[in-house]
Design a protein around this ligand. Structure first.
Ligand code: 5GP
Length: 130
């Protein structure tokens, strides 16, 4: 069975898409720790990010860099932080999170509850800057 992220890529589950190329996909996290929190994935379904080949891992990060630049143009922040956790969804993904201080990256704090209209607007703005 396909991962929930593969089903998002296939359009079977809706998402707020930010960017896409032939091998990668980026969309807003449904349960963000900060506005603009984005997930970047390889379309090829692999659970553990370090099981990607060197070439795939490099290409994923090069794609993520472009997404991070678009996030930074859209959401005022000092930096875009990057995290790989992967314990919840078994499809490799990079979290990109706009940050002004270290605690903006903490996953164990209360997450934001953003209305779908706002998420959609943020995604469209990042996509326009991609
Ligand atoms: P991790 O696997 O890195 O621990 O966490 C998975 C992340 O995926 C979480 O931040 C969670 O909010 C996000 N997530 C889980 N299911 C969905 C979904 O169906 N859509 C979106 N946009 N994000 C999801």
């Amino acid at each position: 069975m396909s991962s929930i992220f593969s089903r998002i890529v296939a359009g079977e589950i809706p998402c707020c898409k930010v960017a896409e190329d032939e091998k990668h996909f980026a969309f807003l996290d449904i349960n963000p720790v900060a506005k603009g929190h984005t997930l970047v994935i390889p379309k090829r379904e692999v659970d553990y990010i370090y099981d990607l080949s060197d070439e795939e891992l490099a290409a994923l990060h090069i794609f993520a860099k472009k997404v991070a630049e678009a996030i930074k143009k859209t959401i005022p922040c000092r930096k875009v932080g990057q995290a790989v956790v992967g314990l919840e969804v078994p499809h490799a993904h990079i979290h990109l999170i706009p940050i002004n201080k270290e605690s903006d990256m903490y996953f164990d704090k209360e997450h934001l509850q953003l209305p779908i209209d706002e998420l959609s607007q943020i995604a469209n703005q990042i996509a326009a800057n991609f």
